[in-house]
Design a protein. Structure first.
Length: 135
C-alpha cells in the first residue's frame, strides 16, 4: 500500500520523507530532554545519545530542504520540449540550437607567421606610437 495516492515527483517524495522524519526526531528528542531534566540520569552518556539524535534530526531537515530545492530546479531541466508563448496551441517548438561557425582563416604552414590586421606590424613591433612615443 503506497504512502502517496497522487502522483508526485521522486524528489518531492524524498524531501517530504526527510523533513517528516527529521522534524519528528527533533520533537521527540525535545520531549526526551524535558524528561531527563525532570529525572536526571545516573551517567552523562544519555546526553550524548540525545545530542546525537537531535543533530541527526536537524541534518535530515537540512537534507530534506536541499533535496526539495534541487528537485524544483531539476524539474525545469527535465522539460524536453519548450513551447513558445506565441505558438499556436498543439504545436511544439524545440529550443534554438547553436550552429558551428566555419573557420575562414587560411591554413598556415609551420614556421610561418599568419597574416595580421595589426597596423603596427609593419614596424616589426606591436608598440603603439601614440602610447609609447617614437622610436
Amino acid at each position: 500500500m503506497p504512502f502517496f495516492r497522487s502522483k508526485t515527483s521522486s524528489p518531492a517524495q524524498t524531501s517530504l520523507i526527510y523533513l517528516t522524519v527529521g522534524c519528528l526526531m527533533i520533537v521527540w528528542m525535545g520531549v526526551w530532554y524535558i524528561y531527563l531534566i525532570n529525572h536526571p540520569p545516573q551517567t552523562p552518556a544519555v546526553y550524548y545519545w540525545l545530542s546525537g539524535f537531535t543533530l541527526t534530526g536537524l541534518t535530515l531537515v537540512v537534507i530534506g530542504l536541499a533535496v526539495g530545492q534541487i528537485g524544483r530546479a531539476a524539474r525545469h531541466a527535465q522539460a524536453a520540449d519548450v513551447i513558445a508563448p506565441d505558438a499556436p496551441a498543439g504545436t511544439n517548438q524545440a529550443a534554438p540550437v547553436a550552429t558551428a561557425v566555419p573557420n575562414t582563416m587560411p591554413p598556415v604552414s609551420p614556421g610561418t607567421v599568419p597574416p595580421s590586421d595589426n597596423t603596427f606590424a609593419s614596424t616589426g613591433t606591436n608598440r603603439s606610437p601614440a602610447i609609447h612615443g617614437p622610436r
